[in-house]
Design a protein around this ligand. Structure first.
Ligand code: ITT
Length: 201
């Protein structure tokens, strides 16, 4: 068993989030023969772990074992310092069953208001895990820091992008072109680490 993923290898993208799937495809840049978890009919597993890496490993493991192919999973989220790191690993769950991120972003603002918090420091984390069927798993993590802005701005991204302005920029992730976000994001940083660990060139 080699832990290198050669160009052209078949790889399951173990995500059911279309926003993420798009970014993952752009970051992989045609390197692999990617099949979506949805296309294989793989179920969305319960995220029962307590860390981003733990949940990424859980999702990659389940997809690899169910498909018989190496699988790449992403677990990510927004952490707010004034909220002790919330929503964190619960970022998707704050949007409720309808996956309404307008609601999730309002919840963040309401919680800050309730606490009369002035501190707007926040960060995105992305854990990526690649698992081989019945084999090993490799996990990495990337992080980008910035500030929350209310009201949110921009419709180019997904999830919490409209309320997050990365450090050193005037625009939110929601206002950035996809390529600009992909150059600096938590997901891009995690991908750099994954490339160094697993990709042959
Ligand atoms: P999968 O588990 O199927 O991949 P999910 O949406 O449930 O999809 P997570 O459990 O990792 O994924 O939830 C992470 C949430 O954090 C996600 O739904 C987004 O709303 C948010 N998030 C993650 N990365 C983000 C980004 O780059 N920009 C904005 N929001 C992001």
């Amino acid at each position: 068993m080699t832990l290198i993923l050669p160009r052209g290898a078949r790889l399951v993208a173990a995500t059911h989030n279309p926003g993420k799937a798009k970014e993952i495809a752009a970051l992989l840049d045609g390197r692999f023969d990617v099949v979506a978890a949805g296309a294989l009919g793989l179920p969305e597993p319960d995220e029962t772990e307590t860390t981003f890496v733990g949940n990424a490993v859980l999702k990659a493991r389940k997809a690899a074992d169910a498909s018989g192919l190496p699988a790449l999973a992403d677990d990510s989220g927004l952490s707010v310092r004034a909220l002790d790191g919330a929503p964190g690993i619960f970022s998707a769950r704050w949007a409720g069953p309808a996956k309404d991120f307008g609601l999730a972003m309002r919840k963040v603002e309401e919680r800050l208001d309730e606490q009369h918090a002035q501190d707007r420091f926040a960060w995105f984390t992305c854990a990526l895990a690649v698992a081989w069927p019945d084999g090993p798993v490799v996990a990495v993590e990337g992080r980008v820091e910035g500030a929350l802005v209310f009201p949110g701005r921009g419709e180019k991204g997904f999830g919490y992008d409209p309320i997050f302005r990365p450090e050193g920029y005037d625009t939110t992730f929601g206002e950035m072109e996809p390529a600009a976000k992909d150059a600096i994001s938590h997901r891009a940083l995690a991908f750099e680490k994954l490339k160094a660990a697993l990709f042959a060139d």
